[in-house]
Design a protein around this ligand. Structure first.
Ligand code: ARG
Length: 464
């Protein structure tokens, strides 16, 4: 990167060159160069519009478009010389264009400011990234739904307070994760609607004296419409904050799922095997296989939450319109994008590879008297008031603890000592299978309901 200290972009007003440290301190090119495609895309649309309204000749437009395409290819090939003295991606590309095509290059910035330019670039960039993240979330959801269908009959303990509560199917549990991600997907697409509005044409803050056709630029760039207010357009970063908030929820959900995977791969739970390729070993303890991928996802949630707070804090004190503070929006935003992409990808790769240990799950569901509520409900159906049923079952659980037997493992005679309302049909509800099958309504854990829910979830994804 070259560091020449004169700045040809505003040299006119200045009597001395920028201090070398200040040039580095104020530069953003190190991190905003990743938006080079969007910067060029925006400039091409701007030049086409300027030509359509008579500000540029067709030759000037064609030179600009060709020059910018060449620059794009140069950057893609790693042959572009970025300069810190030229501060940011915008001025680097504009200077290179002028060097390449001469006079016409100097006309590109007509009716435009870096303030509306950068706001446009970020929106274009984020829009592309959201589309990618949404596709990855769909891939993850498809993996969850497929596994849920496969595991619709697999019984595991369901927990509240991390204590065994009632039996659920593993498929049902996986579809709970899918619901979280479904909301995340919808949130991202909703946020995209407010991103997809064009700042360009707002110029520095007040609009411009040129007869711009902002609707044309919007259409060329695939935006729904131009921003309504120039002051707001150059200073609004709500869209980045909204994205970061949606991203925080994605990570919160993945972090919760990670926590469960970490528990389930422990020797104490031993519900699933996570293939070796998603784990690492220990340099000192030869027996160790650590669930690094879920642990890292859980850990990375912290930085994504931090980025959200950074952006909120960045904006809270800013008067209208653009302030240099806004340059600080990029690193937290980009870090969030990169982190979410990495974590969703890791999960999308990992979920189809999960190997459930069905016998262990079932065995765990037989501990902790998971069907106690079913026995109480049974007694209520036989005419006992719920409170009395609760008492009867409490006593039978106490007996089960003493004799180290699950309710479903007791004989009919044993069970009848707690209540004479109990008859042989009790085993239909007391078994794990009976318990899950009985929760046979929309949203319930019955295998048939899980399969139907998976089918509906699949349909939702198909319509995307
Ligand atoms: N690099 C700047 C940013 O990221 C671009 C806009 C600068 N505008 C200005 N008037 N200094 O926000």
């Amino acid at each position: 990167m070259s560091q020449d200290s004169t700045n040809q972009q505003w040299g006119g007003r200045f009597s001395e060159a920028t201090d070398a440290f200040v040039a580095r301190f104020t530069a953003s090119v190190d991190f905003d160069q990743r938006m080079f495609r969007q910067d060029i895309q925006g400039s091409v649309a701007h030049a086409k519009m300027l030509c359509a309204v008579g500000v540029l000749t067709t030759t000037e437009r064609d030179d600009i478009v060709r020059g910018l395409e060449e620059i794009r290819m140069q950057i893609e090939r790693g042959q572009f010389q970025w300069s810190v003295a030229l501060e940011d991606v915008h001025m680097n590309i504009e200077a290179a264009l002028t060097e390449k095509i001469g006079l016409a290059g100097k006309k590109l910035h007509t009716g435009r400011s870096r303030n509306d330019q950068v706001a446009t670039d970020i929106r274009l960039y984020l829009r592309d990234e959201i589309d990618f993240i949404a596709t990855e979330i769909s891939r993850l959801q498809t993996g969850l739904i497929t596994l849920a269908e496969q595991e619709s009959e697999t019984i595991m303990p369901g927990f509240t307070h991390l204590q065994t509560a009632q039996p659920v199917t593993f498929g049902h549990h996986l579809l709970a994760w899918n619901e979280m991600l479904q909301r995340d997907y919808e949130r991202l697409l909703d946020c995209r609607k407010r991103i997809n509005i064009l700042p360009l044409g707002s110029a520095a803050l007040a609009g411009t004296t040129y007869p711009l056709d902002r609707h044309m630029t919007a259409e060329l760039l695939g935006f729904d419409r131009p921003c309504e207010n120039s002051l707001d357009a150059v200073s609004d970063r709500d869209f980045a904050i909204e994205f970061c908030a949606a991203a925080s929820l994605v990570l919160t959900h993945l972090s919760r799922a990670s926590e469960e995977l970490i528990l389930w791969t422990s020797a104490q739970f031993d519900f699933i095997n996570l293939p070796d390729r998603f784990c690492t070993g220990s340099s000192i303890m030869p027996q160790k296989k650590n669930p690094d991928v879920p642990e890292l996802v859980r850990g990375k949630t912290g930085r994504v939450n931090g980025n959200l707070i950074s952006l909120l804090t960045l904006m809270k004190g800013q008067p209208l319109a653009y302030n240099k503070d806004n340059q600080e929006d990029k690193e937290p935003l980009f870090d969030t994008i990169d982190t979410v992409k990495g974590c969703v990808r890791a999960f999308a790769d990992m979920v189809p590879a999960l190997q459930p240990k069905r016998d262990n799950m079932r065995r765990a569901a037989l501990q902790g008297f998971a069907t106690a509520t079913d026995l109480a409900d049974y007694l209520v159906r036989k005419g006992l008031p719920f409170r009395d049923a609760h008492e009867v079952v409490g006593k039978s659980v106490a007996a089960g603890i003493a004799s180290n037997k699950d309710l479903s493992e007791m004989s009919l005679a044993e069970l009848q000592t707690f209540s004479d309302l109990i008859s042989s049909d009790v085993f239909d509800v007391l078994t794990l299978e009976g318990s899950v099958q009985a929760r046979d309504h929309i949203g319930g854990t019955a295998p048939a309901q899980v399969r139907a829910a998976a089918q509906r979830a699949r349909e939702m994804i198909k319509t995307r």
